[in-house]
Design a protein around this ligand. Structure first.
Ligand code: ATP
Ligand code: MG
Ligand code: ZN
Length: 505
């Protein structure tokens, strides 16, 4: 007898249905699976066999053939364990085959028959909710239930699903969870009120976040670079539900939702400098989102920036430009969102103490130059602000002077973002940092004095054309902070300060 079971597979941010046909005939005992890559077939077969036995049912000693269709799309992963086991049990009349029809089944089986979560559940729920109800492992249920109108039956084990399909047990679907409940602001544990002094660096951070400008922090060990960077997600505008849903999908595909429902904190990702290109921007035989997508809507922090592999850093160019990353494979293309604020940090020299008043730097000039030259021009191109973070004096660190908290900074950021959204309402971008060069004339035109200053800076500081555009965009943001429609020379002057590295080279 042949049984058919519906399942699905996520491919990037979308999913497609997979039909599982199970044929059990008399003959020499055999268990053939068609349509999965070799290694996963072997493992799936063992899990299905053990889970059925350990749930108290007989594994049929007959000729079993399972086909996963469509055959031409590559499938991966253990999510088909549950539907394969159910197909087998339906083909041998343990469960009534007609009861399978309204559902789509997903789940990895443990050897004892309990269910393990799968990757991409919410993506599958989003793409296929209009055709079926879903039976999914409990750990995936809350995530999938964030998708409006999806009907989700959470289950713990194979035997529970069998009871459900035989009508011996009811499993009510969990209801759609009101998104408003998930958008209550959560207490941000890391607050800017902890950061003493550093008025210059904090000002730069505010400009960076306001206009979406990527930022490079340069300072000695212990000067507070990591401390500053970690607090940035807490001053970004709160996420709306759509953004949170997108982020949840990315984490789901990466297998990182951990039984949680929607992800509502803006991410802070800080991969180690030994990270590979694939892990950073995504890829692999089954393209997974990389760090740049896991940081979507938040901060990607690259500490010890010059130590990163060159090809990894270079691969950031296109996501930084497009806000997304496309991974191409034979017959398929997967696109993941990747709109990030890049925050990089580095020491001022190889020993680290060049700018530290308390310890002497032992580096030679050529060592320092070589160190800085490790960051390539094209990637420096994408960083709008270079900021020196000085080592604070003991007096500043020990002082009790209260610092401004993140909530206050964030409410200003929200206002600066509104100014930009209004300005760019007819454009396909909404941040000063994303302004197209052709729009600079209209939106970022300095007044006469500003133009004079700009000319002088270009000449005397030997600024490149790329630095010129960066300065104008940052000056636009600085003018927005001052609620000024026109860019004045003081805004230009401040923007020039944030191009330290252009000047030193
Ligand atoms: N402005 C500050 N206000 C209060 N504490 C600070 C400040 N700057 C640094 N500190 C303290 O110093 C510690 C070290 O700072 P942090 O780790 O951010 O330095 P870093 O610049 O990232 O150093 P490294 O180059 O070693 O990574 C912080 O955890 C914090 O306790
Ligand atoms: Mg650090
Ligand atoms: Zn040094």
């Amino acid at each position: 007898m042949i049984a058919k079971v519906q399942s699905a597979a996520a491919l990037g941010m979308y999913a497609y249905p997979v039909e599982i046909e199970v044929d059990v005939t008399t003959g020499l005992p055999q268990f053939i699976v068609v349509g999965l890559p070799d290694q996963s077939i072997k493992e799936s077969r063992e899990r299905v066999r053990s889970a059925i036995k350990n749930s108290g049912y007989q594994f049929p000693p007959e000729k079993i053939t399972i086909n996963l269709a469509p055959a031409d799309i590559k499938k991966e992963g253990p999510a088909f364990d549950l539907p394969m086991a159910l197909g087998l049990l339906a083909a041998t009349d343990v469960i009534p085959a007609e009861r399978l029809a309204p559902y789509l089944f997903l789940g990895e089986l443990a050897l004892d028959g309990s269910l393990r979560p799968i990757k991409g559940a919410i993506v599958i729920a989003a793409s296929l909710k209009n055709s079926k109800s879903f039976v999914v492992p409990k750990e995936n249920a809350y995530e999938a239930a964030m998708e409006k109108d999806a009907v989700i039956h959470p289950v713990n084990s194979l035997s529970e699903v069998i009871q459900f399909l035989r009508g011996e047990k009811t499993i009510p679907p969990i209801s759609y969870i009101d998104p408003e409940r998930f958008l209550v602001p959560i207490e941000e544990p890391l607050n800017f009120s902890d950061v003493k002094g550093q008025h210059f660096a904090k000002r730069a951070v505010e400009i960076a976040v306001a206009g979406g400008h990527n930022l490079l922090l340069i300072g000695s060990p212990g000067s507070g670079k990591t401390m500053l960077a970690r607090r940035i997600p807490g001053i970004l505008p709160p996420m709306d539900f759509e953004e949170a849903l997108t982020l949840t999908k990315i984490y789901s595909v990466a297998g990182l939702t951990n039984g949680r429902s929607v992800i509502r904190e803006r991410p802070f990702r800080s991969p180690h400098h030994s990270i590979s290109q694939v892990a950073l921007v995504g890829g692999g035989p089954w393209p997974r989102p990389g760090e740049v997508s896991l940081a979507h809507g938040g901060v990607l922090f690259l500490d010890e920036f010059p130590e990163f592999k060159r090809d990894a850093i270079e691969s950031l160019r296109s996501p930084l430009e497009d806000g997304q990353i496309t991974i191409s494979r034979v017959k398929m293309q997967i696109t993941y969102p990747a709109r990030i604020l890049l925050v990089a940090a580095m020491n001022p020299c190889p020993c680290g103490f060049l700018s530290d008043p308390r310890r002497a730097c032992r580096c030679s000039l050529s060592q320092i130059q070589k160190y800085k030259a490790k960051i390539s021009g094209p990637i420096l191109d994408r960083i709008d602000l270079h900021v020196e973070v000085p080592t604070l004096s003991y007096q500043t660190l020990a002082s009790d002077e209260p610092a401004e908290n993140s909530e206050a900074i964030r409410s200003r950021i929200v206002r600066y973002r509104e100014i930009q959204s209004a300005r760019y309402r007819d454009r396909d971008y909404n941040l000063n940092s994303l302004m197209r060069s052709r729009d600079l004339k209209q939106f970022a035109k300095p007044d006469a004095e500003g133009r004079k200053l700009m000319e002088m800076a270009m000449r005397e500081l030997h600024l490149s054309a790329r630095a010129y555009y960066k300065i104008l965009k940052v000056a636009r943001t600085i003018a927005d902070l001052a609620s000024e429609e026109n860019i004045k020379s003081e805004h230009i002057a401040e923007a020039i300060q944030y191009r330290t590295l252009d000047r030193q080279w």
